[in-house]
Design a protein around this ligand. Structure first.
Ligand code: HEC
Length: 128
């Protein structure tokens, strides 16, 4: 929850704006710096960019995020089965567990995350 530095804009697609698209600095993999800097690596993925704006979670209570995750109009057109596949095997989500030098990884593993999502779906995908 801190501003990106250097400053960037999301643009229409989430991929940045002309002149500074995300891919100007973020490549298809994490890049480890070999010089002194305030950070140790620049994160990367072939599809690096911001999620569509309708998927934004910032400032929303957990119940609202849950409903949004289940809503195909706001989750990239996914039913619950595709939502599970997205969580369990999407390579951009996988970045959270391989964030590169100098960043803390998400807790657990993507496999475990997939199992938890499946258990939630199998038990009725309730929202708080
Ligand atoms: C001009 C170069 C540049 C552009 C363009 C750029 N980034 Fe970055 N980005 C960086 C650098 C350098 C870092 C590592 C700096 C740091 O961690 O403080 C970084 C880090 C990040 C991080 C990790 C932040 C953190 O604190 O761990 C995210 C997320 C990110 N960028 C997303 C984006 C997105 C999305 C775009 C396009 C909309 C984008 N960046 C465009 C240079 C850039």
């Amino acid at each position: 929850m801190h501003p990106h530095f250097p400053p960037v804009s999301r643009g229409d697609s989430g991929g940045g704006v002309a002149g500074t698209p995300c891919t100007a600095c973020h490549t298809d993999r994490n890049y480890t710096l070999h010089v002194e800097a305030s950070y140790r690596s620049i994160p990367g993925n072939a599809r690096w960019g911001l999620a569509p704006i309708e998927m934004a979670w910032q400032g929303k209570p957990i119940g609202e995020i849950c409903l949004q995750m289940k809503d195909p109009n706001r989750n990239g057109g996914r039913d619950l089965s595709l939502l599970h596949r997205h969580a369990a095997s999407d390579d951009l989500i996988a970045w959270g567990w391989e964030p590169g030098l100098g960043r803390d990884s998400a807790p657990g593993t993507q496999d475990l995350f997939g199992q938890l999502i499946k258990a939630w779906i199998d038990s009725g995908a309730q929202c708080p």
